[in-house]
Design a binder for this molecule. Structure first.
Ligand SMILES: [Zn+2]
Length: 397
């Protein structure tokens, strides 16, 4: 396999506000052989493709920390979750292609429909077989998957997720995901009554302790205040969405090392449906006002977490929410609008997600590491919209 020399690019590792310019990167055998000043390149050896990478920036392969790889998104995203497994897995292949083109190297899948996998014949969350089959493919992201959602019965569409009637069933369903091969466990802390947490902190803590004993992290979907508070008190590893986090809860999260996985993209997507659909919940004055209020609350929550020093990882909620699979740049933009510096927002979409996964190579660009970086046209540290302009993905070139 020939080596590739990316010559005269700017580069960022998303650890500070400044780009380094005039850099050359040699990729050999899918790894970064060296990173040098362009004026001081070493001999790259024979059989080298030289890529003029000028005018752009090399960025670590991104991590979409809240994704649903088996679902397509769109304005009818909830119905799509009940499509047959064959259709969902066909769509997942499309998502894998989109993610790669968008520069996403890692997708943390936080919930997939239950079903019989048409390839391996197993009845479990459809993300798990997909994860295994994508392993080792450069044109698909690495997947770390939570199995299915573990909910209080009556919360999601019947047949979609693992539904618990009581706290014992909650624990059993969570451990069932681990037995099925899940990399993490996802609890659903919005209940049938959205304003009230479906479980107590003690009940959630029991799941956290049991999963930690098996070296598996626990995260929780919580959009409302009550469920978020329960999760923070129970010591989950991360809170997904967290649209109603106050300063006190943010402090508690920081003290306990609980990560916020932001998904502000969802509200941006809903807002766009006001003009692209005829669905009343998006188009009416009341619907628009409700979405705007949720957007504002979500931004205020990110601000509260950022002010408190909570680690923030960026997710899009594509598939399980309405966004599509190539929207990670949208989340970085939203985090900047919520007050993060562009480099901090890029950190949320790269190494912060890697830390959340416990994957030291994820979201990192370094000499000797895998060639998991992309090139964008422009400067993502002054304009996060540059992340929409991915023109080359080094791991799949
Ligand atoms: Zn989700």
């Amino acid at each position: 396999m020939p080596s590739t020399l990316y010559r005269d690019t700017a580069i960022t590792d998303a650890r500070g506000p400044n780009l380094q310019v005039g850099v050359s990167i040699l990729v050999r055998d899918a790894r970064i052989a060296w990173i040098r000043a362009t004026g001081g390149e070493e001999d790259p050896g024979p059989d080298v493709e030289v890529v003029d990478a000028s005018g752009g920036t090399a960025v670590p392969g991104m991590v979409d920390a809240h994704s649903h790889v088996t679902m397509p998104g769109g304005a009818h995203w909830i119905e799509r979750g009940l499509d047959p497994p064959e259709a969902l897995l066909r769509g997942a292949e499309e998502n894998g292609r989109l993610l790669t083109q968008a520069g996403v190297r890692w997708a943390r899948d936080v919930g997939a429909p239950l079903g019989v996998d048409p390839v391996d014949g197993r009845h479990r969350a459809l993300s798990l077989g997909l994860r295994d089959r994508w392993r080792g493919r450069s044109d698909r992201p690495y997947i770390r998957a939570a199995g299915t959602w573990v909910t209080r019965a009556g919360t999601l569409s019947p047949g979609l997720a693992a539904e618990a009637e009581d706290a014992d069933a909650l624990l059993a369903h969570a451990l069932r995901q681990v037995d099925d091969g899940a990399d993490l466990v996802k609890l659903y802390l919005d209940g049938p009554d959205p304003a009230t947490a479906p479980w107590s902190a003690d009940e959630v803590r029991r799941v956290v302790d049991a999963c930690h004993a098996r070296d598996v992290r626990v995260t929780a979907h919580a959009t409302r205040f009550d469920g978020t508070r329960v999760c923070a008190e129970a010591g989950v590893d991360a809170i997904e969405h967290g649209f109603e986090i106050d300063a006190d809860t943010a402090q508690l999260m920081r003290r306990r090392g609980i990560v916020l996985v932001s998904t502000l993209t969802v509200m941006r997507s809903w807002r766009s449906f006001a003009t692209t659909t005829a669905l009343e919940r998006f188009t009416t004055d009341e619907g628009r006002a409700r979405i705007a209020a949720r957007d504002e609350a979500g931004i205020a929550s990110v601000r509260a977490c950022h002010d408190a020093g909570v680690a923030i990882a960026a997710g899009t909620d594509f598939g399980g929410g309405s966004p599509r699979a190539n929207a990670i740049a949208w989340e970085v933009e939203a985090l900047v609008d919520a007050g993060l510096e562009p480099w901090e927002a890029l950190a949320a979409a790269t190494w912060r997600g890697g830390e959340l996964l416990g994957e030291p190579e994820a979201g990192v660009i370094r000499e000797g590491g895998p060639a998991d970086f992309l090139l964008v046209h422009g400067d993502p540290l002054s304009d996060p919209r540059a992340l929409w302009r991915v023109w080359r993905v080094a791991w799949d070139s």
